[in-house]
Design a protein around this ligand. Sequence first.
Ligand SMILES: C[S@@+](CC[C@H](N)C(=O)[O-])C[C@H]1O[C@@H](n2cnc3c(N)ncnc32)[C@H](O)[C@@H]1O
Length: 302
Amino acid sequence: MSVAMDPDTFAEIVRLVRDFAGLAFGPDKRYLFESRLRPVLHRHGLASFRELRDALARGQRELRVAVVQALVTHETSFFRDRPVFDHLERRVLPDLAECRNGRIRIWSAATSTGQEAWTLAIVADRLARARPGARCEIVASDLSEAALAKAREGRYSTFEVQRGLTARELVEYFERDGEAWRVREGLRNRVRFLRHNLLDAPDPLGPPFDLVLLRNVLIYMDAPTRDRVLGHVVRALAPAGCLLVGTSELLPPGSPFRREGEVAGLYRRETTGRQESAARSVPRPAVDGLHRPVGGLTARLR
Ligand SMILES: C[S@@+](CC[C@H](N)C(=O)[O-])C[C@H]1O[C@@H](n2cnc3c(N)ncnc32)[C@H](O)[C@@H]1O
């Protein structure tokens, strides 16, 4: 079996990965591709990287997902950059609850293995206790099915829960499950996990969101892809809704967002005055209603 990747095959696979996942890799990544994709060859019974390239070009979905999973990092943790979540809890969500009749829709896009989504669920639970009537609906998505399977299971090793959770949060929101920890029942129905490719239009995700978290994923994309993804986020956000990117990520000049306060990575969608007042008076359906799948949801997810 040929285990080396020639430069042309590498360039072609890079192009395919950019086309279907929006991820950009430089010419220095050939050896990374070889080492990460070799196990994919074995698992899928392919004899060479050329065969892999040809199968990807034919659009084999399962193989595409396997390749993206092998190439991207799923690095994440609970309360990653805690000051940001403190600010969400103290300022952003109470303000949103105030102008949205207590109903807030949040999208954790590129959620990885779920720590970000469960963090939001903890914050939402505390918000609901502090402000009776405030309810958050959380939709969490990722391209990787393996990451989503773990997110849905909500089961984490001791090492993983120690990365970000306080002892109090751990005891309150998780229970022991053998050697691991599992999200408690009370939190489980607060998050809905879906497979979604950020390159696709966000329409299947349902009504507009008041807050979108798009953290630590834009950095892997080239400029045209970032613009495309941000365009989808604008479409997914309610007028004057907020966007949170990673603390080291900056939105390009000219994007329709303005920095919001002092917190790194927090932006607000720019609106006209009319949109702003419409956003404040927008009637919100009951959260239970929002939880229902929107027409064709499953069918339309790729
Ligand atoms: C580094 S993790 C970030 C996780 C989390 N947002 C955080 O900041 O802790 C990046 C995630 O982006 C996902 N991803 C990469 N490209 C994607 C795409 N085109 N659509 C959806 N998710 C994507 C990966 O599967 C991975 O789980």
